[in-house]
Design a protein around this ligand. Structure first.
Ligand SMILES: C[S@@+](CC[C@H](N)C(=O)[O-])C[C@H]1O[C@@H](n2cnc3c(N)ncnc32)[C@H](O)[C@@H]1O
Length: 227
């Protein structure tokens, strides 16, 4: 099915948030990292600027920077209105107010847009839609990340998740997924079933994170290939 930009609510996080969400220490950051569903996050730009090796994958990279900028502006007021209506569901410690949230997110997305616009040929942003096969050899990356995509959109279903995560684990030694709750911050049966499936043949760890923005989203799932 064709991927429609109008169906995406682009909302990007920054390098500092990725570091906390994925418990990325200095050693992890020196590894070859793939970000799946990185969308308009500034993680790739900020980390690459620091000399780290990051490749981001997302279906939105088929669109131009201008198309993405327009969609981000459309989504901005909708997301902020939803946040205003649900402030009690969030923890306001790292980010202290709605205004600060809007500034942090918009700054991250502006950094992404500038980078994306100027950097198309360096290959750090690759158009790819999970669960399609990735054009890489087995274990081409050390760590694969998924922030606010896998496990969160439970409507994608069990088969989608198994196929997508199996492909990620083919090209990455390990994958890290944050958060492990759905859009309403609930731990669902789908999430338990997916974890149960990978538990058979992979090493699984659930790690407490320093990051918690939506109440209850303070856990990270790590799945490692057994060597
Ligand atoms: C809520 S955004 C999260 C963006 C970023 N990871 C962050 O946390 O700031 C979800 C992203 O998943 C991407 N996405 C949607 N369907 C996808 C698919 N089938 N494969 C990979 N990414 C997908 C969307 O385009 C969007 O950029």
């Amino acid at each position: 099915m064709a991927f429609k930009l109008s169906s995406v609510v682009p909302w990007g996080r920054n390098f500092y948030e990725y570091k906390l969400m994925f418990a990325l220490d200095d050693n992890d950051l020196k590894k070859k990292i793939a970000g799946f569903g990185d969308g308009p996050a500034s993680f790739n730009y900020e980390a690459s600027k620091l000399g780290y090796d990051i490749t981001s994958f997302d279906p939105i990279y088929q669109f131009s920077a201008d198309e993405l900028r327009k969609r981000i502006e459309e989504a901005r007021s909708i997301v902020m209105q939803q946040m205003r209506e649900n402030t009690e569901n969030y923890v306001w410690t790292h980010i202290k107010s709605l205004d600060e949230l809007e500034n942090v997110r918009m700054s991250a997305m502006r950094l992404f847009l500038d980078d994306f616009e100027n950097d198309r040929f360096e290959g750090r942003y690759i158009y790819h839609q999970l669960p399609e096969k990735l054009p890489y050899e087995t274990h081409a990356f050390d760590i694969g990340l998924s922030s606010h995509f896998l496990l969160m959109y439970t409507s994608l279903g069990y088969d989608f998740h198994i196929q997508a995560m199996t492909e990620m684990l083919r090209v990455c030694d390990e994958i890290r997924i944050f958060p492990i709750v759905d859009l309403d911050a609930n731990k669902t049966e789908l999430i338990s079933d997916v974890i149960k499936y990978f538990d058979r043949n992979y090493d699984i760890e659930i790690k407490q994170t320093e990051y918690e923005f939506q109440k209850g989203d303070n856990k990270l799932l790590i799945i490692k290939n057994r060597i």
